[in-house]
Design a protein around this ligand. Sequence first.
Ligand code: NAP
Length: 279
Amino acid sequence: MNNERIALITGSSSGIGLETSSYLARRGYTVWATVRNLEKTSELHKAIESEKLSIEIAQLDVCDNSSVKNAVTQILQKSGRIDVLVNNAGYGLRGAIEEVSLDEWQKQFETNFFGAIRVTQAVLPQMRQQRSGVIVNISSVLGRMAIPFSGPYTASKFALEGLTETLRYELAPWNIKAILIEPGFIATKFQENVQLAQDAQSDDSPYTPFKQVSSRRIQRNIYRAAPPERVAETIYRALAHPHPKLRYPVGRDARSFIPLRRFLPSRVFEYLLKRQLGL
Ligand SMILES: NC(=O)c1ccc[n+]([C@@H]2O[C@H](COP(=O)([O-])OP(=O)(O)OC[C@H]3O[C@@H](n4cnc5c(N)ncnc54)[C@H](OP(=O)(O)O)[C@@H]3O)[C@@H](O)[C@H]2O)c1
């Protein structure tokens, strides 16, 4: 029997997707590292060539139906199965809720939430036929608690959490698992790729003084960011478990904030967070 395990990872051009592609390939997976722009594959090629890794590259934009369909068809034609889907593609959008246009809200959800649904729907017929598979959704500590001025991102990750809980029930009859990875700060290009809402760019914004203080306080903690390898390692461990848990926080910040949010009375948690953020 062929024991080859096939993994499809979205957003593999950098950061967590890139690291997870190499990490799983080093441990025996055949990885389909997918990118929305085939010109951004130099890091992937470097990893493949220097370590002779079993990584295939395919184009996949999570916001584009035909791109998703073509990538999944290509993978099934060549590899014949999909054992693991890592819904990793995503970006952050900053701005007060009042300042983010509906168009910007929709784009944020289109990538971080509907993108994950689009790829999940495309792989599920195959996983049901196999009667096995794992869907790994990359959420965030902000899928469990909110901070100000990241409302659309936080809401998209909260939505991903609900989606994943539902998937676990619906897919159990086919032995398909769904799990959440909840990283805190991770040292990737994520922060440099964060988009600022159009209307949040003016200094005349009524929110400017609050945003400046809280963003300075948040930036102060970025130096504590964990390496993306920590996320890849967590994914690998979860995949190796016969009965993976629903949630896997990654990093010291995620492992302390999530239990505090969960167990402290909300008024106490809010008070502490406001103090931390200088609000
Ligand atoms: N870094 C953190 O602190 C942190 C913390 C918690 C959660 N996360 C989550 O981790 C995931 C990966 O982020 P990262 O930290 O690795 O950041 P990153 O280095 O900015 O990587 C984001 C990846 O997503 C891809 N992407 C964006 N839109 C896409 C689309 N429409 N279709 C396909 N790919 C798309 C990007 O591709 P391009 O190169 O083409 O832009 C890039 O490969 C995200 O879901 C993020 O929310 C990150």
